[in-house]
Every structure is written in C-alpha cells, then in structure tokens.
Design a protein around this ligand. Structure first.
Ligand code: ADP
Ligand code: GLC
Length: 483
C-alpha cells in the first residue's frame, strides 16, 4: 500500500512524548513490511543541531501556500533518520517552525500544523504519489480528512485515498477562534465545519478529524471504550459514540531495539530474565552517579513523565513524603511541565537529599537508566490513552505501579500472590489513598522475595512488539483501501 503519514513528532528527530515513539516505530514497521510509507514532519529549528543527512527536493522548492489571508512558502527536504535507512520528508518553513519548542501558544499555532498538512498533500500532488491511506494523528494533523474531502476533492490523484485518524490524547483538541475560519481555505466546504461551534465562535481541530476520517483509531482497546463515556470523553463522547462502528483501539507497541535490557543503547549494565545481576549493577551505578545512598535492600522507585494533571503525580503529594519519612526507599524522577509538580519533586529532593533525585527536563539517557535500574515505576495516571513507559518497565523487570485506566489496564495485570500471576501493582481510585495503598502494596511485594522475582519474570515475558501491533494497522488499512 501507498501510505502517507503526517505527524508533529517522530523519534529521534522531534519528541515531547509517546506520539513520537509511536509514529516512528509504526511507520518503520510498515515500511519493513514492504509498504511505501511517506512521512511528513515539520522542519523544526531543533533539527538543525542533529546534523541530519538532508537534501532539498527538486519539485518542491519555495512553494507558495495560501492559508486564507496569509501567504507562506515552504521547501521540502528529504532526510535520513539517524541509525536507519528510513527517510522522512521535512516541511521547511522557518517562519512557522523555527520556534523555541515544538509547540507554543502563539495566535498562529493552528496555521503551523495546517501548513504541515497542506504541504504534505501538496507534495503528493507534485510527486504524483496517490496514497491509498492518509494517516494523521491528534489535533495537529486532524484537518487532513476534511481537506481531502474539500480542497483536494477535485484531484483524481486522491480519488481512492482513505483517511485514518488516530487519537493519541483527547485532552488536547487544538481549539482556535472562528475568526480564523478562512485560514482553512474551505470555500463552500465551510459547511462541513461543526456549525454549533462556529456559531459559538470557535473551531475544534480534533473534532473535525473525528467527524471526517474514514476510520478512527485510538491507542488501546480500553481507551477506545472510555472515550465514548462522558467521564473520559472531554466533551466529545457523543461524537465518538456516533462513530462507534468506525472506532477501534489498537494498543501501541514497543521498539525493543531501543528498550530492552539485553541491548539498551544507553545502559552499560546489561541483563536478561535468566540473570538479573546486571539489573542490580545498574541500580548500584545509577545510585552512585546520582550520589544517592547505596543500598541493596531498599527499593528504587522511578518516574519518567510529562508533569501534567493527566499523569496523576499530584496524588503523591501526601503519601510519598510520608513514606520517605517512615521507610527506606530511593526515588529518581525526571520530567517537566506544571510548576507545582516541578516544585513538589524539587522540594522532595531538598528534603531527602540522600534518597531522592529530581532532574527537571528531558533526558533520553536518564529515562533509560531509570527504566533499567528501578524496582518499581510509578504511573498513577488519571487517564492514559496507552502509555509506553509501563511497557518499557515490564521489559526491564521494573514493576509498574499503575492505575486501572486506558492502556495501563490493557498492559499491566495486578500480581496475585495466590496464583503467582500478574506483572505489577494496579489500583482503581485516582486519589491519594488509592495510590498510597498501591505504594504500600508494592513495598510489601518487594519484601516477599519469591513473589517479587516471580512478578518480575512474568513482566519480562510480556511481548508488546511492534511486529504484532503494526499488523493490526496493516489489516485495517487493507480493509479500507480501494482495490
Ligand atoms: P505521553 O505520550 O502521554 O507523554 P507515554 O508513556 O506514551 O506518555 O510516552 C512518554 C514518552 O516520553 C516515553 O518515551 C518517555 O520515556 C518519554 N519521556 C517523558 N518524559 C521524559 C523525560 N523527562 N525525559 C526523557 N524522556 C521522557
Ligand atoms: C499520548 C498519550 C499516551 C500514548 C501516546 C502515544 O501522548 O498520553 O498515553 O501512549 O500518546 O500514543
């Protein structure tokens, strides 16, 4: 199949979260299965530092695109993804993409990703590439299905193109003022916009992906059910229920070339399920590097996370300091985001300097070390479309401590001592007592050596490889493709 993938993130080129890992691993897996996959990404200024092998594409130099009253020019670059033979297209438009971060709050934020989407479809026309599938992700590229039905409908090149929209996170919808309606360039197709919203003065980008894509997916079966309820629907549950038949949940996979203790690219202490001595060594190395008090008896708990309300880490406010007072344990956390959460972890480090380290920011290397060295991984999310870190943790024999929601519920089973089955600690209630129970339960399990080892073995035996998950996308795409 000929597949176009339009996204705002791609590992290792541009990443703020799991979206980057998923788009990268999925497209490379589909490419590996013999499909012709063309990926389009913004040429963010941060890419300059990566010194990519990068070529200008002849047929798309300095191309004008009109977004309502705004005129932009883009050039297409072809770039090789480091460490692979896979190439992606970068949409070079410094005016929109040379900014301090991947995302921002500027008034033109919607136009940045609209330009990406338009440039991707425009480039298909220029190279005569007729996609069977256009796959788009989250609010940023959610207008692709509607643009195919309107602005590009005249072009026979797209006559057989079917669109798939994947929801990675319903919590971010890309809402902007209806004063910018003309930026979409829909002409008479403006009637396809959600009229109620328009009258209320707003346009919701993600909603239009939901309304117009031929098929909808999200990143776990449980999240697919949850978002059809008012509790998790972020105001869009009725639209999702209406499209119930076209909505499927496909669990994300793990790129085990990156995340496996046998061949971790960052962690020098390697290990296997048969011999966990390397895991003990990794713990000793990390504690030493971070200048924490060494221990072979106290557990190390890890956190690697965007610090947002979604992740539920504020539920630690009461119980974690209390546990650190009473019990011998170590905590290593990395992340950035909400000021209050950053302050909490920073303060915890000041109060327990021998036991807690907090690294504010993003460090791929530290994330790998935390996965490898920790005994438990804390992920108390209020909602979690899929979540990748709990699946990484499983591979490293690091027991995930998770709330039963979304992809966490689909990938971690609570360990039951009676049966010896299960891979982590799972709790139900997104509140302080719920998480306290889970942490105390984890500490109990850690003390029960035989059970703990068994749970680790169960965890390490799980397989969430992309090989399998990409097959589900392949099946969906081939059902949609017009032959
Ligand atoms: P989300 O996409 O909601 O942030 P996921 O669990 O799907 O959650 O993916 C998070 C990804 O981002 C993982 O690859 C994780 O290792 C990475 N990540 C999050 N915070 C950091 C950080 N501070 N440093 C390095 N990697 C991080
Ligand atoms: C989102 C979700 C996360 C998911 C990731 C990749 O950022 O929050 O749960 O794993 O996308 O699909």
């Amino acid at each position: 199949m000929r597949i176009v993938n339009i996204a705002s993130e791609f590992t290792p080129l541009c990443k703020t979260g799991g979206l980057a890992d998923v788009v990268s691993a999925l497209t490379r897996a589909l490419d590996g299965r013999g499909h012709d996959v063309r990926v389009f990404l913004p040429a963010y200024s941060s890419l300059e530092a990566l010194r990519l092998d990068r070529w200008e594409v002849d047929f798309a130099r300095d191309v004008e695109i009109q977004l309502g009253p705004h005129t932009y020019r883009y050039s297409l670059h072809h770039a090789r993804v480091p460490g692979t033979t896979f190439k992606v297209y970068l949409v070079h438009c410094p005016e929109l993409f040379h900014r301090p971060g991947l995302y921002g709050n500027a008034e033109d934020e919607h136009r940045r990703f609209l330009l990406l989407t338009r440039a991707a479809l425009d480039a298909c026309q220029r190279m005569g590439f007729a996609p069977d599938i256009v796959h788009c992700h989250d609010w940023h590229t959610a207008f692709a299905p509607l643009l195919l039905k309107t602005v590009y409908a005249w072009d026979q090149l797209f006559a057989k193109t079917r669109s798939v929209f994947t929801i990675h996170n319903l919590g971010y919808q890309g809402v902007f003022s209806a004063a910018h309606t003309n930026d979409l360039g829909l002409g008479a197709g403006v009637s396809h916009l959600h009229q109620g919203d328009l009258h209320a003065g707003r346009i919701n980008a993600l909603l239009h992906g939901l309304l117009h894509a031929d098929s909808l997916t999200t990143v776990s079966p449980t999240y697919a059910r949850e978002i059809c309820t008012p509790e998790h629907g972020f105001g869009l549950d009725s639209f999702l229920r209406n499209r119930g038949d076209s909505l499927v949940g496909i669990l994300n996979g793990v790129d085990y070339a990156e995340w496996d203790p046998r061949n971790d690219p960052y962690v020098t202490d390697r290990f296997t399920p048969a011999d966990l001595s390397g895991k003990a060594a990794a713990k000793a190395t990390l504690l030493h590097r971070l200048r924490l008090t060494p221990t072979t008896t106290a557990p190390l708990l890890g956190v690697v996370s965007r610090l947002t309300w979604q992740k539920g880490l504020d539920l630690l406010y009461e119980c974690l300091p209390q546990l650190l007072e009473k019990r011998d344990l170590r905590v290593v956390a990395t992340g950035s985001g909400d000021g209050a959460l950053e302050h909490f972890f920073g303060h915890l480090q000041e109060r327990f300097p021998q036991k807690v380290v907090f690294h504010r920011g993003h460090s791929e290397e530290l994330a790998h070390w935390i996965e490898a060295a920790s005994d438990g991984f804390i992920m108390p999310s209020r909602y979690e479309p899929c979540g990748l870190n709990q699946m990484y943790s499983l591979r490293y024999g690091t027991l995930p401590i998770v709330r039963r929601t979304g992809g966490l519920a689909d990938s971690v089973q609570h360990y039951e001592a009676a049966t010896g089955k299960g891979t982590g600690v799972v709790f139900d209630h997104a509140d302080g007592p719920g998480l306290r129970w889970a942490l105390e339960h984890f500490l109990w399990l850690y003390g029960e050596q035989d059970h703990f080892r068994r749970a680790q073995q169960n965890a390490m035996a799980q397989d969430f490889s992309w090989e399998r998950q990409a097959g589900h996308y392949e099946q969906l795409f081939s059902q949609l493709a017009v032959r």
